[in-house]
Design a protein around this ligand. Sequence first.
Ligand code: SAM
Length: 257
Amino acid sequence: MTGQNRHGETAKQRRARRARERQLDYQRAKAARARGHEADYEAAMRLRSARVRAKLERVRAIPADARVLEVGSGAHGLVFFFGTSRGVGVDPLADEYAALFAAWQHRARTIAAAGEHLPFADGSFDVVLCDNVVDHAEDPARIAGELARVLVADGLLYFTVNVHHPVYAVAARLHSAWNAAGLRLEVGPFADHTVHLTVAGARSLFDGLPLRVVEESAGVADAKRAAREHPPRHAGDRLKRLFFKNAVYELIAERRA
Ligand SMILES: C[S@@+](CC[C@H](N)C(=O)[O-])C[C@H]1O[C@@H](n2cnc3c(N)ncnc32)[C@H](O)[C@@H]1O
């Protein structure tokens, strides 16, 4: 028993491939809608990048020539309007995004690679960003290790991931098990992600890494409030009123020497 499917993939690799396929379909549809409205997208991206930069600059000023890496830079990552002349975006789908979103993707050097194996030497970057990525990837803990590895001593990390009530982690494992057994029945939110992390699970990604936490929040109260305030559109929304979903775990940390 190898645990591999007929393509020679482990269950984790299959989930990650499927999540990438679905992400690409989603971004292709978005690119079609975005055509002619690029300025609106850019304005929203500038705002988001400026907010994150301001949070990091509360810790330390970031010079205009800072070496900034975004892991999982995606279609609309932070790096494209972060305000550095030395921005690099890494994403397995980087080549596809460069073609789909040409209006802004050229603003950083983008590289098609996986965050689990960053093609950079230790200590190559002053700032590392990873925003809403690791639960789409094969090995979130390995990515966390890479984020710390490529940061220079005293470099700044900005990290987010969606976190959920533990009930969704159980449901995600069931979803994965029945698909691995060949019973194809995809439920969107589970197929889009490789894992549904709890707050403790997100925190534990950084266990033992040479990082000093500067700020950390889990956003659980906000997610619960949003579920209560929005009229439910389907059963999933009703469930969210009982068991919170899509809270944002946010971490700002500094690399220890
Ligand atoms: C929800 S999107 C977020 C993109 C971007 N950070 C943003 O907020 O707009 C998740 C991204 O993670 C990327 N991704 C998937 N697996 C990855 C991996 N192993 N390493 C790095 N990025 C990965 C996907 O291609 C996708 O672009």
